[in-house]
Design a binder for this molecule. Sequence first.
Ligand SMILES: [Zn+2]
Ligand SMILES: [Zn+2]
Length: 117
Amino acid sequence: MSESTIEPPPKLFVCDLCGLNSPFTYFGQKPPNTRAIVLLEECFVTKDPFSPDKEKFLILGSACSLCDKCVCVGTDCSLFYTKRFCMQCVNTHLDQFPKQIRTELAKKRQNASAAVS
Ligand SMILES: [Zn+2]
Ligand SMILES: [Zn+2]
């Protein structure tokens, strides 16, 4: 046991759907150290570990506006249509989304199943 420096454990973002997890540095609409960036939604944000540029950041995910689940921004897990929706809510309320969104989702599913078989 040689823990000389005690740092608070990093806050962890975990996607409720795919299990993706990553520490995040900020949650909100205006990440620190960014010039005039205001996000469309409150997001879990982390500094881009691959960039020395302080203003670079990655959006990990956000909370579903319906069920409040934390979901990553992966297209399999969430959809942004004026608000963030997790895929479970998208599927539940599919008939309330515009045709364009439904068509895109249907296309994506076809592509996914075609890739598997
Ligand atoms: Zn996910
Ligand atoms: Zn949801």
